[in-house]
Ligand binder design. Structure first.
Ligand SMILES: NC(=O)c1ccc[n+]([C@@H]2O[C@H](COP(=O)([O-])OP(=O)(O)OC[C@H]3O[C@@H](n4cnc5c(N)ncnc54)[C@H](OP(=O)(O)O)[C@@H]3O)[C@@H](O)[C@H]2O)c1
Length: 230
């Protein structure tokens, strides 16, 4: 399947590698192709420069955001939270109509340092997932995988034999089923994918970042996830 990934950070790269290995056709979206291809410094998370990653993944084309969304039947939103709505606003909504948007993003505000807070207006009684769905009513936003480190998203067996919880929410049942089939290809077991219901449930999953970042701060290890036990 043709899949567009918006974002060239750790999440975008993990998805690009995994989806390519599963024989999907992948295109990545970025602000400025030449700037991104010539980046030669590590990013704020310590990831190697994009140019280095791309040398090892040359088959993945990279285009400006608005062009990249024309390519995929499915769009993966791996953008910095504060930039999600402006980037999608800058794209032609006709190019996104009818498409599934897998939303991995979190509305994190690092303006006062670590741990971050959630961006004002995108928490408690609202969420980034909902605002994205409101912005693009013709698209099917499915929020998932945003509650864990990107290495685990695409390789759940990295910890606890794959037994830990991934939430999914969104308004369109068929779209969620399509996303679940991709998650299964990543190694997720059906019993560990918890459907919370419609996109308003993104309020809950995005809010888990308040505790996720504090656990990370206390343990200095991002390779963990939460598990629902009964
Ligand atoms: N990292 C993780 O393990 C993890 C885990 C769970 C959820 N998430 C969420 O997933 C999303 C992606 O995370 P990430 O760590 O891969 O990447 P990130 O560094 O937070 O963001 C990467 C993307 O955001 C774009 N961006 C940054 N500033 C921008 C601006 N001013 N205007 C337009 N676009 C801009 C970048 O565009 P360029 O390509 O042009 O530089 C880049 O493609 C975030 O919302 C994050 O909260 C991340």
């Amino acid at each position: 399947m043709k899949i567009t990934i918006l974002g060239t950070g750790g999440v975008g790269r993990s998805f690009a590698e995994k989806l390519t290995s599963l024989d999907h056709q992948v295109m990545m979206g970025t602000r400025n192709v030449q700037d991104t291809l010539h980046k030669n410094t590590t990013d704020s998370y310590g990831n190697p420069p994009f140019s280095e990653w791309h040398k090892a993944n040359e088959s993945v084309p990279i285009e400006p955001f608005a062009k990249a969304v024309q390519f995929g039947k499915i769009i993966i939103n791996a953008l910095q939270g504060a930039k999600v709505l402006p980037v999608f606003e800058s794209c032609n909504s006709d190019d996104l109509n009818g498409k599934i948007i897998i939303d991995i993003s979190n509305p994190l505000d690092f303006s006062k340092g670590f741990p971050p807070s959630l961006i004002d207006g995108l928490n408690n009684t609202n969420s980034l997932g909902e605002e994205l769905q409101k912005l693009l009513p013709g698209s099917k936003v499915v929020k998932t995988l945003n509650t864990m480190y990107n290495g685990i998203m695409i390789n759940p067996n990295m910890i606890n034999n794959g037994n830990h919880t991934n939430y999914i929410c969104g308004n369109d049942t068929n779209a969620k089923e399509t996303v679940v089939s991709i998650l299964k290809d990543f190694g997720w077991k059906k019993e560990n994918i918890l459907d919370l219901g419609d996109i308003t449930n993104a309020r809950g999953t995005e809010s888990t970042l308040l505790i996720w970042t504090r656990i990370y701060g206390a343990t200095n290890n991002g390779a963990f996830n939460m598990n629902i036990v009964k």
